[in-house]
Design a protein around this ligand. Structure first.
Ligand SMILES: Nc1ncnc2c1ncn2[C@@H]1O[C@H](COP(=O)(O)OP(=O)(O)OP(=O)(O)O)[C@@H](O)[C@H]1O
Ligand SMILES: CCCC(=O)O
Length: 373
C-alpha cells in the first residue's frame, strides 16, 4: 500500500516595497523564514513593479530549494494581496480578475501587487490553490473619514492591514484587553508608512501613503503643498502614471538622501552625516503629527500606541516617538511584522471551513485614479 504524506505545508510569500519575505509553515508552525532586503540599485533596474516578478521569484525558488519538504506535502500558497479595488477583509482565492487588475496596476503600483501572481505561480508548481489575505485595500474607514474637502473626490484606505491588526491583537492580549473592544493607534514604519486609528476592531481612519497622504516615508511623499505640486506636474507635463509613481516610490527619504534603507541612513548618521539626520528627523516629526491626529480621531481615549514595521528596529526612530507621545498613551515598540503568520492563519481559516473563501470581482472602474477611484 502506498503511503501518502500529510498535506500540511503552506508556503507564504510577501513582497514588500524594499524586501521579499518567504516562509514555510508545517503542521501549524513556521519552520523556515527568509527576508531578502533589496537595494535601491537592484529595484531601479525595473520600470514597473510588475516587471520585478522574475527577480523576486528567483529568491523564492532559492529559498524553497533549501527547505526539506516534498511536493506532495504542499497544501496551499499564500501571497500578500495588492492594490485591488476597495474590498471587505478576508481570504480571497487568486483568480484571473485579480491577476488582471494587479498586472495592470489599476489602482497604483505597489510591491504587494506581485503577491498574488507569485503565489499562483508557486501554487501551479505544486498543483495547489493560491490565496491572498486582507489586502492593503481593505477599507473600514468611518463615513466622516471619507470626506476629502472637495466634492467628487473621496478618501480611501491603503494600509499595512495584516500587520497593523495582528500587532494590535497581540499587544492588547498582553494588556488583558481585546481588539474588538479597544482603541489603538498603530504606526507601521516600513518602505511605506501607514498610521491608523483602530476602534473596536475597525481601522476607522488613517493615512493613505500611496495616494499622497500623511508622513513621508523611505519612498513615499506623503502630504504635499498642493499648489506647488500641481505646478510641478503641469510644468513637467507629468502623466497620471508618472504622478502616481513619483508619489508612491520616488519621493520621501529616497528623494532627499538617495537611499530607501533606514538601516543605512541610521549608519550614515552615526558617521556624522548631518543631512541624513535632518531628513530622518523630518520623517519622525511627521509621524508624530500623524499619530497625534489619530489620537484626536479617538478623542484622546487611546489604550496603546504601537510602533511596528522594519524601521521600528531603529531606536533612533522609536526613542523620540516614545518620549514625545507618552502624553497620549503608553507607546509600545514591536519591530518587524507578523504578516507571515497572519497570511498563514487566513488561509487555514478558509481551508478549515471556519470562514468562507471570498471571490474577487474585476475592478470595473475605467478611470485610472488613485487607490480609491
Ligand atoms: N535592524 C534594522 N535596523 C534599522 N532599520 C531596519 C532594520 N531592519 C529593517 N530596517 C528598515 O526597515 C525598512 C523596511 O521595513 P519593512 O520590511 O517593514 O518594509 P517593506 O516590507 O520593505 O515595505 P512595506 O511593508 O512598506 O511594503 C527599511 O527601511 C529597512 O532599512
Ligand atoms: C501597504 C499600503 C501602504 C503603503 O505601502 O504605503
Amino acid at each position: 500500500m502506498t503511503m501518502h504524506p500529510k498535506r500540511d505545508v503552506v508556503i507564504v510569500i510577501n513582497p514588500g516595497s524594499t524586501s521579499s519575505k518567504i516562509a514555510l509553515f508545517k503542521a501549524g508552525k513556521m519552520v523556515a523564514e527568509r527576508t531578502l532586503n533589496h537595494s535601491l540599485a537592484e529595484l531601479s533596474q525595473f520600470d514597473a513593479v510588475i516587471a520585478q516578478k522574475d527577480f523576486r521569484m528567483q529568491a523564492i525558488q532559492e529559498f524553497l530549494a533549501d527547505q526539506d519538504f516534498s511536493a506532495s506535502e504542499v497544501l496551499a500558497v499564500a501571497g500578500r494581496g495588492g492594490l485591488l479595488k476597495p474590498i471587505p477583509g478576508g481570504t480571497y482565492a487568486v483568480n484571473e480578475a485579480m491577476l488582471d487588475d494587479l498586472t495592470a496596476a489599476k489602482r497604483n503600483e505597489h510591491a504587494s501587487n506581485l503577491g498574488a501572481g507569485l503565489a499562483q505561480q508557486v501554487a501551479d508548481q505544486y498543483g495547489v490553490k493560491a490565496y491572498v489575505v486582507d489586502p492593503p485595500v481593505v477599507d473600514e474607514l468611518q463615513p466622516l473619514a471619507r470626506i476629502s474637502g472637495l466634492k467628487g473626490i473621496e478618501r480611501h484606505s491603503a494600509a499595512h492591514v495584516l500587520n497593523q491588526k495582528a500587532m494590535a491583537r497581540q499587544v492588547l492580549a498582553t494588556m488583558g484587553k481585546t481588539y474588538a473592544t479597544s482603541r489603538v493607534i498603530v504606526a507601521h514604519i516600513g518602505g511605506g508608512l501607514s498610521i491608523h486609528a483602530h476602534e473596536n476592531g475597525r481601522m476607522i481612519d488613517g493615512n493613505n501613503g500611496i495616494d499622497g497622504e500623511g508622513p513621508y516615508s523611505p519612498e513615499r511623499a506623503g502630504s504635499l503643498p498642493l499648489v506647488d505640486f500641481v505646478a510641478k506636474v503641469l510644468a513637467e507635463r507629468l502623466t497620471l502614471d508618472q504622478v502616481k509613481k513619483l508619489l508612491a516610490s520616488q519621493s520621501g527619504l529616497r528623494s532627499y538622501l538617495n537611499d530607501i534603507s533606514i538601516k543605512n541612513i541610521v549608519a550614515r548618521i552615526a558617521e556624522g552625516d548631518e543631512t541624513a539626520k535632518f531628513y530622518l528627523d523630518g520623517m519622525i516629526y511627521q509621524i508624530k503629527k500623524q499619530i497625534a491626529e489619530m489620537a484626536g480621531v479617538l478623542n484622546g481615549q487611546v489604550d496603546v500606541i504601537i510602533l511596528t514595521g522594519g524601521a521600528a528596529y531603529a531606536t533612533a526612530v522609536t526613542a523620540p516617538l516614545q518620549h514625545d507621545l507618552a502624553w497620549i498613551a503608553p507607546v509600545v515598540v514591536r519591530p518587524g511584522e507578523m504578516e507571515m503568520q497572519a497570511l498563514y492563519e487566513g488561509v487555514m481559516r478558509v481551508l478549515n471551513h471556519e470562514e468562507p473563501v471570498r471571490v474577487y470581482q474585476s475592478d470595473a472602474s475605467t478611470i485610472k485614479g488613485g487607490t480609491g477611484r
